[in-house]
Design a protein around this ligand. Structure first.
Ligand code: CTP
Length: 407
């Protein structure tokens, strides 16, 4: 089953003159496979590296090259084309193209479109490493970045000219991934998501409680990413020292029992549930009304299991798309996959915890598993990781819905 995460998205792919242009064939194939509509615009130089016919066959619509092509202009004028695009991606973007973009030239169809469009613009530079590192190119890229142009890449590695260094165009699958992330902001409109975050506090007596080292940062970052993506977000949070993102509903709770009640009250009608909270697995059997005095050498606390919120949500008659977290010190993959199966989750995000990892830190790495697939999200600040995870959640959520709707 294909994921159609780019279904009906209108992408204008600009191709400029560089050896990496041959990779556009694969790029177009991947975009089409994901449901995107792809309009290709080539510069004169690009045609020396790959034929318009090849790209046209893959894109399923005529390639545009010439600003002065009367017939093509009649079908869809360059201004209409500029309005049609939701995203303009120029890949590969040559040094010459970046220079022309920086000055704001309109001397061919592609530069004219870039000037005439209000769509977001992303470029994937590809050139010899010395050209990339030249102060002129650096300066052009800086100015473009300040203007809000997304600069994707280049990657480091062996170049067509035999040299090694930065200048390779990002791989097609990486570009497709970034385009998916770019479109996330429109993808969650109308989606209702409930997220739990932070630790819980299990009261022992009037002055003491049991808790854990969760800071709530991951759950809050996920809430923000979902809000930015247009979702309707409810955050059920244990005690943390974070300010909830604006524009979401935030319910604060203390104990695992309160968190369970707050979630169950609000779960009906939710499309997605993410259990990012570090909920206490055990809570004191009795809450002492008076402070426990130290009148013996040892003390025994009797603890009882809490209700598993995540498993309860996943076991509902019509459960939302359910995502769990797993924090492990060892055996990460095995434990995470068995939790996925045992709790009947749609996805689980696992991370290593230990000194300097996982809790209380600003960055993290995640291993994400779902039935039949997995992906590693490499170490990054939690804000960035949250966007990546949200993209992955939306991909799988869309896939599950399309299977259910067709079945
Ligand atoms: N969770 C929950 N309610 C609980 C306990 C955990 O919703 N009472 C959720 C967490 O939010 C997280 C996931 O379950 O998404 C963690 O799974 P869990 O089995 O509790 O992990 P561990 O406690 O690490 O499990 P184990 O002790 O088996 O390692």
């Amino acid at each position: 089953m294909e994921t159609k995460e780019l279904q009906n998205r209108r992408l204008l792919l600009g191709v400029t003159g560089g050896i990496a242009a041959y990779k556009c064939a694969e790029l177009v194939r991947l975009f089409r496979q994901r449901g995107a509509e792809v309009q290709i615009v080539m510069t004169e130089a690009a045609k020396r590296f790959i034929t318009p016919l090849t790209l046209q066959a893959l894109a399923g619509r005529p390639v545009r090259c010439d600003l002065w092509d009367i017939q093509a202009e009649e079908a869809m004028g360059h201004i209409e084309l500029a309005r049609w695009a939701e995203l303009v991606l120029v890949a590969p973007a040559s040094a010459d193209f970046l220079a022309r973009l920086r000055i704001g030239r309109a001397d061919d169809l592609l530069t004219t479109l870039c000037l005439a469009t209000e769509a977001r613009l992303a470029v994937a530079p590809a050139m010899n490493r010395v050209m990339w590192q030249h102060p002129a190119t650096r300066d052009n890229v800086d100015v473009l970045r300040q203007r809000g142009v997304e600069i994707w890449g280049p990657a480091e590695g062996e170049q067509a000219c035999g040299e090694i260094g930065p200048g390779r165009m990002l791989a097609p699958d990486e570009l497709v991934r970034r385009v998916g992330e770019f479109w996330l902001p429109r993808r969650m409109k109308g989606v209702k998501i409930l997220i739990t975050a932070g630790p819980t506090r299990e009261v022992i007596d009037p002055v003491r409680y049991l808790t854990n080292r969760s800071s709530g940062k991951m759950g809050y970052a996920l809430a923000q990413a979902a809000r930015d993506a247009g979702a309707q977000v409810t955050l059920v949070s244990g005690p943390v020292s974070l300010v909830p993102p604006a524009g979401i509903e935030c319910v604060t709770v203390q104990s695992a029992r309160e968190m369970f009640a707050a979630v169950m009250e609000r779960i009906a009608g939710q499309d997605i549930f993410v259990g990012a909270a570090a909920v206490a697995d055990y809570t004191p059997l009795r809450i002492e009304k008076k402070k426990i005095k130290k009148n013996s050498r040892t003390v025994t606390l009797e603890l009882a299991r809490t209700v598993d919120i995540l498993a309860t949500v996943a076991a509902l008659d019509t459960p939302p798309f359910t995502v769990g977290f797993a924090a492990e010190t060892d055996g990460l993959k095995g434990y995470a996959q068995s939790k996925l199966e045992r709790k009947k989750l749609d996805m689980i995000a696992a991370n290593h915890v230990g000194p300097g990892l996982g809790f209380e830190v600003d960055d993290n790495a995640l291993w994400v598993f779902w039935p039949g697939g997995e992906r590693r999200l490499s170490r990054a600040p939690k804000q960035i990781l949250a966007r990546k995870l949200m993209t992955l959640i939306m991909d799988r959520y869309a896939e599950k819905n399309s299977i259910e709707n067709s079945g």
